[in-house]
Ligand binder design. Structure first.
Ligand code: NAD
Length: 289
């Protein structure tokens, strides 16, 4: 039976450390504040907004929710981002993506103040991820994968890691973060020939394809650590990952569940980013004074 890499203990460890930091900020009159921006009522966005909001508020982080109609004008969306940029009491922003209009999404990514970018959507943040810079915040889900590996004690340095999925949201940034930590990386995507062979060869397999049932017995080998990032719906409408859990779990050394794995850690990482953003602002203000 594989070791089950649950997200809850990882998130709890992150949260425990944050509670103390939030207390210190509040004692100095700073309430760390996150703005979330959602267009429409997509169930995955609503669920993430609820989960992340609950975690933040439990930790003493305020959450301001901006909800716009799915068909809102580009100008309405951009003016919402401008407002978030301008409001000093807001330290961080999370926008649920993808947006229905990819051009509008590009404009938002260009407009958002990089210091308030909690999820690595701006060019500056992605640049830092790829150059190993420390100035901004990486995409929370990519960071969550690294937190899970570290928490459960799996060494990244020199390890053969295969990532399935090459989006800018998860696959590419987590690949860059693994490379920054000296992993030996293989990236697979929809046009990769024989993804199963690349996956089998890995010591750590990260699947972020968004494809239910993709990772079957054929994709894995004994001794592997498998992180399932996918959040999909099965034929019965239940949440599931990319991995056929029942086939894969008996073979591998360790595996994250879905739900209750990577997604649980993602919201804790988001909270950590907001606290850090608030601390940076507070430190800057202390220097100015
Ligand atoms: P995306 O559609 O933007 O990218 C998917 C990537 O996977 C692409 O690079 C594509 O080429 C590749 N891919 C798709 N099918 C493939 C296949 N059969 N074989 C090999 N490669 C394949 O998706 P995304 O935004 O990167 O999200 C991926 C998944 O992660 C989704 O299920 C999403 O819901 C989930 N997600 C999870 C979290 C979390 O916190 N756990 C957060 C965000 C997204």
């Amino acid at each position: 039976m594989a070791r089950l890499l649950k997200g809850a203990p990882v998130a709890a460890a992150i949260s425990a450390e944050l509670a103390e930091r939030v207390k210190k900020l509040r004692e100095r009159g700073v309430v760390p504040t996150l703005a979330t921006v959602r267009l429409g009522e997509r169930p995955a966005d609503v669920a993430y907004e609820r989960g992340a909001g609950k975690r933040c508020e439990k930790l003493g982080i305020a959450v301001q929710r901006y909800v716009l109609p799915e068909d809102c004008s580009r100008e309405a969306l951009l003016s919402c981002i401008r407002e978030i940029n301008e409001r000093e009491e807001i330290h961080g922003c999370l926008m649920f993506r993808p947006l229905p209009d990819p051009e509008a999404e590009r404009e938002v990514c260009a407009l958002l103040n990089p210091e308030k970018d909690m999820d690595g959507i701006t060019r500056g943040a992605l640049g830092d991820v790829f150059t190993g810079g420390k100035g901004s915040f990486p995409p929370s889900t990519a960071q969550a994968c690294m937190e899970i590996l570290d928490f459960y004690g799996y060494q990244v340095r020199s390890a053969r890691v295969t990532v399935i999925g090459a989006s800018l949201v998860i696959g590419r940034p987590v690949g860059a973060m693994l490379l920054n930590r000296c992993a030996t990386l293989t990236m697979c995507h929809i046009d990769t020939v024989d993804t199963a062979a690349h996956a089998r060869n890995a010591e750590i397999l990260i699947s972020a394809a968004g494809c239910a049932g993709l990772v079957t017995r054929e994709y894995v080998s004994p001794g592997q650590v498998v992180l399932d990032v996918g959040i999909n719906q099965d034929q019965d409408g239940n949440i599931c990952g990319d991995v056929c859990f029942d086939e894969v779990e008996p073979v591998v050394e360790a595996i994250t569940p879905v739900p209750g794995g990577v997604g649980t850690v993602t919201s804790a990482v988001l909270a950590k980013h907001v606290v850090e953003a608030a601390e940076r602002v507070m430190k800057r203000e202390l220097v100015v004074k």
